[in-house]
Design a protein around this ligand. Structure first.
Ligand SMILES: [Zn+2]
Length: 224
């Protein structure tokens, strides 16, 4: 029996299942490769997006200098945290894209309030960056995400880079975009719509989950 690879796999799976049950991570599906989120994140109802989209590519631009501020705003070990209300929808979107060889890339997820303040200081235009106020924005509650796609590991041509603050970044822009770029945006929007995740007309990469626009208190949750 020890030489039976099938049985060995079965026992490994059982051990994993037991370990998962006892660790009781806050996630919708068991994924032993993702460590539990912090106590503060769990208390806020946050999950690591990789527990619902196991093949998600995490490219948090604010954890690098490759963003419009030109400096890292997140710690290097920042995670893509989203509110659990987004979990099923993101899983549906990823499941919709996967048969076409497309994979979701997450540029931003939960965003701490102090980072929202710094972004708005850099671009004080509420059309592009939510103005910090008495209540938390969609990103600040983990209910909005900034995403793009790769096809076979190659970035899909969506017409602009992340945080391109120009009219062709508008989700339904046509001027200056090829039909292919417009179609690629449509593919992303349609997949997210299957998960009841709404596009934002101002930015093709920004999507809002259920209740993202509801006024909620500002959180104090680390992004790592
Ligand atoms: Zn966004």
């Amino acid at each position: 029996m020890p030489n039976d690879p099938g049985m060995h796999l079965l026992f490994s799976t059982m051990a994993v299942a037991i370990a998962f049950t006892s660790a009781a991570p806050v996630s919708a599906v068991p994924d032993i490769g993702v460590p539990p989120v912090s106590a503060a994140a769990a208390a806020a109802g946050f999950i690591d997006v990789r527990t619902v989209v196991p093949d998600a590519i995490i490219d948090l631009r604010y954890a690098t200098a490759n963003n419009f501020v030109g400096a890292p705003l997140y710690p290097l070990d920042a995670r893509c945290l989203v509110h659990e209300s987004l979990g099923a929808g993101l899983a549906t979107a990823a499941d919709t894209l996967r048969p076409a060889g497309l994979t979701l890339v997450f540029w931003d997820c939960y965003r701490p309030h102090e980072v929202q303040v710094r972004l708005f200081e850099a671009v004080p235009d509420p059309d592009w960056v939510a103005e910090p106020g008495d209540y938390a924005s969609g990103h600040e509650t983990g209910r909005s995400v900034d995403v793009t796609m790769v096809s076979g590991g190659v970035p899909v041509d969506m017409g602009t880079d992340f945080d391109d603050f120009s009219p062709i970044a508008n989700a339904y822009a046509t001027d200056g975009l090829s039909t292919r770029q417009q179609a690629n945006r449509s593919v992303l929007r349609n997949a997210m719509a299957k998960g009841w995740i709404a596009p934002y007309v101002g930015e093709w990469w920004h999507f809002d989950g259920p209740g993202a626009s509801v006024d909620r208190p500002i959180l104090d949750v680390p992004v790592n």
